[in-house]
Design a protein around this ligand. Structure first.
Ligand code: ZN
Length: 241
């Protein structure tokens, strides 16, 4: 991961240096239109659904949908955005997410009124450490841009940062599934509840421990989470290769 100085430096360079596509090197955009089209055309990956059973007593699952596997070009693009300070990549990424969300909402339509009219998009919040390193909560910004992109495409959606982080957590990267679950247990609290259906936005889903905690906090506060939508799902145990 880059330091805060490197992240800010890279963001400043974005302003003065000609850009090239982080995937193919074509001059112009940080992700060229051709590479963006390839990312958009990838099949959506279904993550591990989050059972509401242990949260509300209802035997239903919150679907988890990712725009692709965290591999190849999508991995390159997400790393450039997250770890190398190329913040302009939030724009193609918000178009990627808005496509997944719009498809998800239309799946619920089924010839009738949408099941989730005017959803509120809310991000899994950054830890203080991540926000400091990157200079901002980049997933929250992505959620905000995605809501605007949906509105541009005729899908009414709002954005609120509903969740907050209540304590520090250990770096998850080297933890197994059980340790991750323990590491993030009870880590989120709700700032203010909303009445509208909620779509949770995250960057990368690995074991699902973090999004489970986010959905649990929202559900305990009486909110209805209709879906979790993320950029990518980590390839684990050879699955997805
Ligand atoms: Zn390209």
């Amino acid at each position: 991961m880059t330091t805060r100085v490197e992240a800010v430096g890279s963001a400043l360079l974005d302003l003065v240096m000609p850009r090239e596509c982080v995937v193919c090197g074509a001059p112009g955009l940080a992700v060229c239109r051709s590479c963006e089209r390839r990312l958009v055309s990838q099949p959506v990956v279904q993550g591990p659904g989050i059972s509401r059973g242990d949260l509300t007593g209802a035997d239903t699952c919150v679907p988890v949908r990712c725009a692709g596997w965290l591999t190849g070009d999508l991995d390159t693009v997400i790393r450039a955005w997250k770890d190398h300070g190329q913040r302009a990549i939030a724009h193609p990424l918000c178009r990627l997410l808005s496509g997944v969300i719009a498809a998800d909402l239309s799946r619920n339509v089924n010839g009738h009124a949408p099941a989730a009219p005017r959803p509120v998009l809310t991000a899994i919040p950054a830890t203080d450490r991540a926000r400091w390193n990157r200079g901002e909560d980049i997933v929250d910004r992505l959620a905000s841009l995605t809501a605007r992109q949906l509105a541009t495409n005729g899908v009414k959606a709002a954005h609120h940062q509903i969740l907050r982080v209540t304590r520090t957590v250990a770096d998850q990267r080297h933890l197994g599934a059980a340790d991750r679950r323990e590491n993030v247990r009870g880590v989120f609290a709700v700032r203010c509840a909303v009445q509208a259906p909620v779509v949770v936005i995250d960057d990368v889903v690995t074991t699902g421990a973090t999004i489970h905690e986010g959905v649990a906090a929202l559900t305990r506060a009486g909110m209805h989470v209709v879906a979790v939508v993320a950029l990518a799902h980590t390839v684990m145990n050879g699955v997805g290769k």
